[in-house]
Design a protein around this ligand. Structure first.
Ligand code: SF4
Length: 176
């Protein structure tokens, strides 16, 4: 692993059983293809923040510009505490020199942009990024990111690999 370019990945995509239902969403082909080039650094915002497995699922609610992260059945609002955890995680990741990130689609924490935001009454509103991925993309706006669903073709994976390698070459200290 020493010397390999690092990219982040939602832990469940790497096969860690950290989802709310105790399952994973391992992406075998993706991991095999990208693992040849990169060191994959797993991040599960919900579990690292302190939530158990299994846990009550959450969703984004309110304004798409600043949605709240709220449990679906009991209405517990984790937004402020999660944002506090995210600040520390982003600071930590700044030292990891990540040159890319693969986010889990349709996750209120990890989606790169396509997760539904609900109105307080329960209706679907618009789509937004997850609470962690949004902060990551704001802090590292040039880092190439994709959802796993955007990397299902060999062509898309090749293009992502090229973007990551290109980004790593532009880093001042050599992001390895
Ligand atoms: S989508 Fe993100 S928060 Fe949800 S289980 Fe996967 S890594 Fe954890």
């Amino acid at each position: 692993m020493a010397g390999m370019i690092k990219i982040g990945i939602s832990s469940c995509l790497l096969g860690h059983p950290v989802r709310y239902d105790g399952e994973d969403r391992r992406e075998h082909v993706l991991i095999h293809a990208l693992g040849e080039y990169f060191q994959l650094v797993p991040v599960c915002p919900e579990v690292e923040y302190g939530l158990p497995v299994p846990r009550e699922p959450m969703r984004l609610t309110g304004s798409p510009a600043a949605p709240r992260l709220i449990t679906i059945s009991t209405g517990v609002d984790h937004t402020d505490a999660m944002l506090q955890w995210i600040r520390g995680k982003i600071e930590y990741l700044s030292g990891e020199n990540l040159c890319g990130f693969i986010f889990k689609s349709r996750s209120p924490s990890c989606s790169a942009g396509g997760v539904e935001v609900y109105s307080p009454s329960g209706g679907r509103n618009k789509r937004a990024a997850g609470i962690f991925s949004r902060a990551f993309m704001r802090h590292f706006p040039s880092v190439p990111v994709e959802e796993e669903t955007g990397l299902y073709t060999a062509r898309a994976r090749e293009e992502f690999i090229e973007r990551v390698i290109d980004f790593s070459r532009k880093q001042p200290q050599g992001a390895d």
